[in-house]
Design a protein around this ligand. Sequence first.
Ligand code: NDP
Ligand SMILES: Nc1nc(O)c(N)c(N[C@@H]2O[C@H](COP(=O)(O)O)[C@@H](O)[C@H]2O)n1
Length: 187
Amino acid sequence: MTHYQRSRHDAILVGANTAVTDDPKLNCRFPETGVNMIRPVIVDPSARWTYSSSTARKILLEKQGIAPFVLIGNDTEVPSGEKDLLNGDGGQFIRIDFTKSSEDNWFQIFGKLRSLGIRSVMVEGGAFVIESLLATNLPDSVVVTIGTVFLGKEGVSVSPKAVQTLKDVVWWRGQEDAVMASRLTSK
Ligand SMILES: NC(=O)C1=CN([C@@H]2O[C@H](COP(=O)(O)OP(=O)(O)OC[C@H]3O[C@@H](n4cnc5c(N)ncnc54)[C@H](OP(=O)(O)O)[C@@H]3O)[C@@H](O)[C@H]2O)C=CC1
Ligand SMILES: Nc1nc(O)c(N)c(N[C@@H]2O[C@H](COP(=O)(O)O)[C@@H](O)[C@H]2O)n1
């Protein structure tokens, strides 16, 4: 179901910690539509994630994905080799002024992505990304997947600081997972 959802969006966005910790593929593997070329977007103000050694690059070399857009701070230095490699693969380091408020950061991020032709973004995580975004009025919908694994004490939990009530709720039930799709009442 996660990959079906990825197939419905232009881009998939994760924060720097998710990129560094999980080294995710960030592509779309939905058999019915074949390989869908969704754009990976990594919000990485201090350029902590390394593209050249990432699984995302391996996926690109296997023609199973496209190169990411990496959102970095205005003053963040990136080794020229990393920049050249990413540009050569069709990706970009994109400068954002991360010194503003959290909400303004998100406005800048989505504004930049829109100017690059990205019309819909699936924001996958992690907790910092989801919580800070839910504190804004920007998300159109919220999708929660309930899987079959307790992540234990090391697991990352998500809960927005303020109360958020969801509306227009629909449920999909698979063999193991269940998925809830909804809208924010503030919309
Ligand atoms: N179960 C699931 O569906 C998912 C789980 N995860 C899990 O989440 C965990 C990571 O979550 P978490 O630690 O909360 O980190 P995140 O992945 O949310 O990354 C947070 C970091 O990203 C940067 N960042 C992201 N958005 C912004 C912004 N708008 N403005 C400024 N900086 C921004 C900052 O980097 P910096 O500190 O460098 O400034 C920030 O500290 C991983 O363990 C992963 O496995 C992730 C995705 C989905
Ligand atoms: N296990 C799991 N189920 C979901 O429904 C999810 N949205 C995630 N999210 C994140 O996906 C990343 C791995 O994705 P790739 O397939 O390698 O692109 C990883 O960061 C998970 O935290 N996970």
